[in-house]
Design a protein around this ligand. Structure first.
Ligand code: CO
Length: 432
């Protein structure tokens, strides 16, 4: 597999994954194709050696792992973690608004959204809906309108002459999306729109009514290779679907003889504390089942390393003073080790040395990031998973611009570097 094929598959994955639910569904179908077996958390598990398994919680968090001849207690587990969610606008439970004869929907801001880039985009809606059939059974199905059906138009500069100096955005008043002019027939009801779409998607079922939904807005502009040298990838959700995709491909391509695992959690962008988030019990529960006991799990964890993969901030040529001048990662110059001694990142000098050594042997460049001493630092699932499990962790990620914008930018070579380094990690004989 060369770099171009990897990039093309990544672009397809990004376009097909407008929400964490869709991302996990797509990851599951890749795992099915690679011969992994789906495990139900509500059933008892009997795991065989040298097999691939995966399980899904809440539809939007997934753990996939490969068993080996040796147990995790003897070899440890090579673990990679990432997050499936990205900041976005979600539709409110009773969203309908009729203002100035427009049919609009109110939105809730999910995570740390960079709001300005959401204006003047050709938006669509995706997520899941739960509905009732004719015999009073509840079904839940993914939904994706795919077409551009909504927009948040900017206010013209003529109506706000100061906009380029002092615009701030009130999400309650200024972000409701426009779906249409309001119909005279009174059909300004999102549930009716969803019901029609569900009937179209599931003609075999008699669908009576839509009970509830979890829907997000997204940009219909597809992911794209850009730049005069075709070296950049522009897309929504690069943070952090790049790491989910790359971790998955590395896991299914590595042919490792050792126990390996990929965990991709939802809810990172809102703090990770949930039944399916990195600060919840999902991963530990799987490790205990795999290892057979609490003691076995702890034994395995102490021989393991987690690489928490989440994108890093590249130094922006127009804003160079936002970085420490010795720690300004560049696009296409390799994955970035993220350091913060206040434990916003879980990297320590042992885990970073192991990774550097692996990359040096394969000629993969590595960069390092620490934030300016006078600026606050972001965080990710690394320190939270480390805190839950007690596992030695490396926080790592490819560099990108415009984090949390609706259109982010990263380097195509970095995806390949990350992929190759994770394959190396899954195959490395001895960790410590
Ligand atoms: Co992230």
């Amino acid at each position: 597999m060369n770099n171009n094929d990897l990039t093309a598959s990544l672009l397809n994955f990004l376009d097909a994954s407008p929400t964490p639910l869709h991302a996990v569904q797509n990851m599951a179908s890749s795992l099915d194709s690679a011969g992994f077996e789906l495990l139900d958390e509500a059933s008892e598990w009997t795991l065989q050696p040298r097999r691939g398994y995966y399980t899904i919680r809440g539809g939007s968090s997934i753990v996939a792992f490969t068993t080996a001849e040796q147990t995790p207690m003897t070899t440890g587990i090579r673990m990679v973690g990432a997050h499936t969610d990205s900041p976005c606008l979600k539709i409110k439970p009773r969203p309908e608004k009729l203002k100035s004869e427009y049919f609009q929907l109110g939105v809730e801001v999910y995570g740390g959204v960079l709001l300005n880039p959401w204006f003047d985009r050709d938006l669509s809606i995706a997520g899941q809906t739960s509905y009732l059939d004719a015999v009073n059974r509840i079904h839940t199905a993914l939904i994706d309108f795919q077409e551009p059906i909504a927009v948040i138009p900017s206010l013209a500069i003529h109506l706000d002459r100061d906009v380029n100096n002092s615009r701030s955005i009130n999400p309650q008043q200024q972000l409701p999306i426009i779906l249409s002019r309001s119909g005279d027939d009174g059909e300004n009801d999102l549930r009716k729109v969803l019901l029609d779409k569900l009937k179209e998607n599931h003609p075999e079922q008699e669908i009576i009514s839509v009970l509830d939904f979890d829907l997000s807005l997204y940009d219909t502009q597809p992911a794209q290779i850009i730049g005069i040298r075709h070296e950049f990838i522009a897309s929504a959700r690069l943070d952090n679907l790049v790491s989910c995709f790359t971790g998955l491909r590395a896991l299914t391509d590595c042919n490792s003889e050792l126990p390996c695992l990929l965990v991709c959690n939802d809810h990172e962008e809102v703090g990770s504390q949930s039944a399916i988030g990195a600060q919840g019990p999902f991963l530990r529960s799987i490790l205990q089942r795999w290892c057979g006991s609490v003691q076995g799990c702890d034994q395995a964890v102490h021989r393991s390393i987690l690489i928490s993969a989440d994108n890093a901030h590249a130094i922006h040529p127009n804003f160079p003073d936002k970085h420490d001048s010795n720690h300004g990662p560049l696009l296409n110059k390799g994955p970035v080790i993220k350091v913060n001694h206040n434990q916003r990142y879980a990297t320590n000098s042992v885990t970073s040395s192991i990774y550097r050594n692996m990359c040096d042997k394969k000629g993969i460049p590595v960069q390092v990031f620490v934030s300016r001493s006078d600026m606050a630092c972001g965080s990710t699932i690394g320190p939270l998973t480390a805190g839950e499990l007690g596992v030695q962790t490396l926080d790592l990620g490819i560099p990108q611009f415009a984090m949390h914008s609706i259109r982010e930018l990263c380097g195509a070579d970095d995806v390949d570097y990350l992929y190759r380094s994770l394959i190396e990690f899954f195959n490395v004989e001895t960790l410590f």
